[in-house]
Design a protein around this ligand. Structure first.
Ligand SMILES: [Zn+2]
Length: 383
């Protein structure tokens, strides 16, 4: 049994009962009590379930897995800087969200949930739909009407009921919340178990780097699960004495939707909602992340930073990665696009060891990429 603690009023709940938020309405944090033993890892399979003890599942028989995790760490060079690309676009449904879904759906199975509601800009919906299907749980996935046709098709293919909501990403969340009165709300943005799955990104990187920390990890930021997962995972490793430093975390937002960047610039402790515009990086277009307060705290505690990239930078970097044989979706080009400014501003220096998270597969957004090519805006340029 684990405990879940409210982020606002600090009420504590046992993890034996299904629950997605506190009675006061705020989100819950998982109380990490136990970490895996390094010595045990040698005998375990190459999926993120090798870190079982850290993930909050009581009985391994409830694990819902598609073989996720343990993605390659590929050396490359971007804008003159040596980097290590974390190839999470190769996860089973084509996005890093599988790290969270495998743990969240395992917990739902452990709780005996038979039907769920999720809302997503696309990738989390596809991921939750796949793992729900695997778990024998009926998924109802709410997505914004503007979501890539490929992502919507993928969600449907996994057997989920699909609800397209006109308007913004926040309108979709509201519609899902309203429907969640009678069905369990398995929101990846709220679930502490989804976040536990994201911590495995830090564990894996530490293991792949022979139990050392890089100087920087650069990741896209929308709802914040990557940045929070990285921070909490590294914190676990430091507390266990497996690692002696925290890497600096660089969060990358789309210039057209950058609420955390604005809050960071203003020195705020929480992230107010902002008005947004459409962006090529649709997967990180979130006007108000649920866990804004924790995100800002994590970035400060890691001596990190937040920056923004324009759509033009995103498309140019997509072309650059293509020339390196790597096909990611536009949202996943945001983090590598930021390397140029992080280096030119002097934050990242030539000798730094830099990991860049590649969050999603290009094949997911083929329709958007084709559209861009037709507009003539996607002619590869010299960078
Ligand atoms: Zn509370």
């Amino acid at each position: 049994m684990h405990l879940l603690t409210c982020s606002a009023c600090h009420t504590t709940y046992c993890s034996t009962e299904p629950r997605w938020r506190c009675d006061c309405g705020s989100y819950l944090r998982f109380n990490a009590e136990e970490l895996f033993q390094k010595a045990d890892l040698n005998t375990r399979g190459q999926s993120l379930w090798r870190y079982f003890e850290a993930l909050g599942i009581t009985d391994p028989k409830h694990i819902v897995s598609l073989g996720e995790g343990y993605t390659p760490l590929l050396p490359d060079e971007l804008f003159g800087q040596s980097v290590l690309l974390k190839m999470d676009q190769l996860c089973p449904t084509g996005s890093f969200k599988d790290r969270g879904s495998t743990v969240m759906l395992s917990k739902l199975k452990e709780w005996g949930i038979t039907q769920l509601i999720e809302d997503s800009s696309g990738n989390a919906g596809a991921s939750v739909a796949a793992y729900a299907s695997r778990a024998g749980i009926q998924a109802n996935v709410y997505i914004p009407a503007y979501t890539s046709a490929g992502k919507a098709a993928q969600i449907g293919l996994y057997g989920a009921n699909l609800v397209k909501v006109p308007g913004s990403r926040e309108d979709t969340a509201q519609a899902a919340l309203a429907a969640a009165e009678s069905v369990f709300y398995a929101s990846h943005n709220w679930s502490p178990y989804f976040l536990n799955g994201l911590k495995t990104l830090a564990y894996e990187l530490a293991e792949q780097l022979a139990w050392s920390a890089p100087d920087w990890v650069v990741a896209p930021l929308g709802g914040g699960s990557l940045i929070l997962g990285l921070y909490l995972g590294w914190r676990d490793l430091i507390q266990a004495g497996y690692i002696n430093k925290m890497p600096r975390l660089a969060a990358v937002q789309a210039a057209n939707c950058a609420p955390v960047y604005q809050a960071w610039q203003q020195g705020l402790d929480d992230v107010p909602a902002i008005a947004t515009q459409a962006t090529a990086a649709e997967g990180i277009a979130i006007a108000k992340p649920v866990k804004g307060k924790d995100i800002l705290q994590a970035l400060r505690a890691s001596d990190g930073t937040v920056c923004t990239v324009t759509d033009e930078e995103v498309w140019n970097t997509l072309a650059l990665l293509g020339k390196h044989g790597i096909y990611v979706e536009p949202t996943a080009a945001a983090a590598p696009a930021a390397i140029r400014q992080l280096c030119s501003s002097g934050l990242i220096t030539a000798n730094d060891k830099v990991v860049v998270e590649l969050s999603g597969m290009g094949l997911k957004a083929t329709d958007k990429i084709v559209e861009q090519a037709k507009l003539g805006h996607f002619a590869p340029r010299e960078l």
